[in-house]
Design a protein around this ligand. Structure first.
Ligand code: NAD
Length: 300
C-alpha cells in the first residue's frame, strides 16, 4: 500500500478522499523537522505546506520517498534540485490559491484607501476620529502590478472592473499592459507585488524605488517577504512620501525584530499573518489538487 505523510494542515475531505482511494495516510501536522527526518524514508510521498521546509539534510536518506507535494504556490521551501537528483518528484498546486490572494490584495487596497483597520482600531478604543479619516477612492486610480502571472492578472481583472487603470511590469512575459518598472513606479497610485522571491527580486523595492513612486502612493505586498526592503519602506512611510502599505508577508514570519515590529505598528500599515491563501475555498481547491496528484502518482 502507498503511504503518504501529511506534514502540515490539509483539508480534511482531501485526507478522506486519499484514504478512500486506498492510500495509507498519516496526518502529523505538528511534526518537527527532527521527527520528520526519522520517518521520512518510510513514506512514498509527503505533503507539505509553507511550515515544513524540506532542505537537503532531510533528504540525505530518502528511503522509499518518491514524491513531495507542496500544497500552495512556491516551492522555495523545498530543495528541489537535491530532491530531483535523488529521483524524488516535487509538485505544487499553483492555481488553487490565486483568487484568494488576488482578493486579499484587493481588500488591502480598499482598506488602505479608507484606513479601515485604523478606523476600526480607534472605534474599538472608544474614539470617534471621523475628521481624521478622509480617504480616497479606487475608481480612476492607477494600479501598478509587479509580476503579471496568475495572481497579478486576476487582480488586474478585478481592478479594471472597479474603474482602475492597470499597468504591469514583468520581464518574463509578453502583454500589452506591460511598461518598465521605473515607469510603473512613477504612474501608479497603488503598487502591488505578485512575484516570487528570488535573488533577482530580493529587495526589488528599496529606497531608490520608493523615491521614484508618486508621493502619496500605497504599496501592497501579498507575494513574498524579502521582495521589499522593510527598513526603506519604514523610512518612506514615516517621511510621508508613501501614504500606506499593506503587508501579508515578511522577511521573518512571525516577525521577531524590533525594526519589523516598528513597521507593523505604524498606523498607516496594515499587516496580516501570511493569510493570502487562507480561505475555505482555496484550502478545498488545494486539497482537491493534492488528491488528484496522489491519484496520478498511483496510476503511473
Ligand atoms: P506566477 O508564477 O504565476 O507569477 C509570477 C510572475 O512574476 C511571473 O509572470 C514572472 O514572470 C514574474 N516575475 C519573475 N521575476 C520577476 C521580476 N524580477 N520582476 C517582475 N516580475 C517577475 O505566480 P503566482 O501564482 O501569480 O504567485 C505570485 C506570488 O504570490 C508568488 O511569489 C507566490 O509565492 C505568492 N503567493 C503568496 C501567497 C500568500 O499567502 N500571500 C499565496 C500564494 C502565492
Amino acid at each position: 500500500m502507498v503511504k503518504v505523510l501529511i506534514c502540515d494542515s490539509v483539508d480534511a475531505q482531501a485526507v478522506d478522499a486519499m484514504r478512500a482511494a486506498g492510500v495509507e495516510v498519516d496526518v502529523r501536522d505538528t511534526i518537527t523537522l527532527d521527527e520528520l527526518g526519522q520517518v521520512i524514508g518510510e513514506y512514498d510521498g509527503i505533503v507539505v505546506r509553507s511550515r515544513t521546509k524540506v532542505r537537503a539534510p532531510l533528504l540525505q536518506n530518502p528511503g522509499n520517498l518518491k514524491l513531495i507535494i507542496r500544497g500552495g504556490v512556491g516551492v522555495d521551501s523545498i530543495d528541489v534540485e537535491v530532491a530531483e537528483s535523488k529521483g524524488i518528484k516535487v509538485i505544487n498546486t499553483p492555481n488553487a490559491s490565486s483568487n484568494a490572494v488576488a482578493e486579499l490584495a484587493l481588500g488591502m487596497m480598499f482598506s488602505l484607501a479608507r484606513s479601515l483597520a485604523w478606523a476600526d482600531a480607534t472605534m474599538k478604543a472608544g474614539k470617534w476620529e471621523k475628521k481624521k479619516l478622509e480617504g480616497v477612492e479606487l475608481a480612476g486610480k492607477t494600479l501598478g502590478i509587479i509580476g503579471y502571472g496568475r495572481i497579478g492578472r486576476m487582480l488586474a481583472e478585478k481592478a479594471r472592473a472597479l474603474g482602475m487603470t492597470v499597468v504591469a511590469y514583468d520581464p518574463y512575459i509578453d502583454s500589452p499592459d506591460l511598461i518598465s518598472l521605473d515607469e510603473l513606479l512613477s504612474v501608479a497610485d497603488y503598487v502591488s507585488l505578485h512575484i516570487p522571491h528570488t535573488p533577482e527580486t530580493h529587495n526589488l523595492l528599496g529606497a531608490v524605488q520608493f523615491a521614484k513612486m508618486k508621493p502619496g502612493a500605497r504599496l501592497i505586498n501579498a507575494a513574498r517577504g524579502g521582495t521589499v526592503d522593510e527598513d526603506a519602506l519604514y523610512a518612506a512611510l514615516t517621511t510621508g512620501h508613501l501614504a500606506g502599505a499593506a503587508l501579508d508577508v515578511f522577511t521573518e514570519e512571525p516577525p521577531q525584530s524590533e525594526a519589523l515590529h516598528k513597521l507593523i505598528a505604524l498606523p498607516q500599515v496594515i499587516a496580516t499573518p501570511h493569510i493570502g491563501a487562507a480561505t475555505v475555498e482555496a484550502q478545498e481547491r488545494i486539497g482537491g489538487e493534492i488528491v488528484k496528484l496522489v491519484q496520478e502518482y498511483l496510476a503511473a
